[in-house]
Design a protein around this ligand. Structure first.
Ligand SMILES: [Zn+2]
Ligand SMILES: [Zn+2]
Length: 268
């Protein structure tokens, strides 16, 4: 069985000094590829340097909506450059977060639209972060996302009806450990109607360790297996089949190299 952690933050202080061990532990728990997500220019740079050191570690480059108020023209120039790097497989996370409101909606919307433009120009998929801002997020995607080929809503926490809206647009939806929490009925209901073919999984570590490991303060990719098991059970799909489907989705979505666990057959 192979799993891909489609959203982790390995460059954050909780994990960055221990990446080699973190990756080893996750390999022992079936996680064989990772996408580490940048949240500002310095993090994007660190993520690329890290990805250059490890096989099967890839980068999503973006500036988090929380940072929107601090973004300069130089940050945008850098982001366009990062998008050309061969380890960068997506633009994001980008989107809108009206829950924390660290940056004004106007600043967030402007930055989000710029990300969509860069994703379209560089022919990369986009990872969306959206909290308390569903209608606005969809509206910006409608108005500025026409050139973006593939869209993933990460850490989905909206309703079933909203999941249906995204599926109708052809978007993918990914779930974190938050779906395993005791108070996550709404997220579970949504996960039930997302076809496995449109679903991905992620830890979003170092945050939000999944049940039954929720008390582990620092989440890490090794815990992805708990999210896979939980969702496979919820959707009544054998774990192996579920893992194969979501891993395949992730490879196709991020255009990762196909990998087989056995060496290729050589014909005489
Ligand atoms: Zn996020
Ligand atoms: Zn994140």
């Amino acid at each position: 069985m192979e799993l891909i952690d489609t959203h982790c933050h390995l460059t954050f202080p909780e994990l960055v000094d221990d990446v080699e061990a973190v990756l080893q532990r996750s390999k022992a728990a079936h996680v064989t590829s990772w996408i580490t997500v940048g949240t500002d220019t310095a993090e994007n740079q660190k993520a690329i340097e890290l990805a250059e050191k490890f096989d099967n570690l890839y980068v999503a480059a973006g500036i988090h909506p929380h940072e929107a108020k601090n973004v300069t023209n130089d940050d945008i120039k850098q982001l366009k450059k990062f998008a050309q790097n061969e380890k960068v497989v997506a633009i994001g996370e980008t989107g809108l977060d009206f829950y924390y409101d660290f940056s004004t909606p106007a600043d967030q919307i402007r930055l989000f639209a710029t990300h969509l433009q860069i994703a379209a120009e560089s022919n990369l998929p986009v990872i969306i972060h959206s909290r308390k801002s569903f209608e606005d997020t969809v509206d910006i995607l409608d108005r500025h996302g026409a050139g973006v080929k593939k869209t993933l809503f990460h850490c989905f926490g909206y309703t079933t009806e909203k999941a249906r809206t995204l599926l109708k647009k052809g978007f993918y939806i990914s779930f974190t450990g938050s779906v395993t929490f005791k108070n996550a009925q709404k997220t579970c209901d949504a996960a039930k109607i997302v076809p496995a073919e449109k679903l991905m999984i992620e830890t979003d570590c170092p945050y939000m360790s999944p049940e039954p490991m929720r008390r582990q303060k620092i989440n890490e990719p090794a815990l992805l297996i708990h999210i896979a098991k939980f969702l496979a059970d919820l959707k009544k799909i054998p774990l192996e089949n579920f893992a194969q489907t979501v891993t395949n989705n992730s490879r196709v979505f991020f255009n990762l190299p196909q990998k087989s666990s056995s060496p290729p057959l050589i014909y005489p």
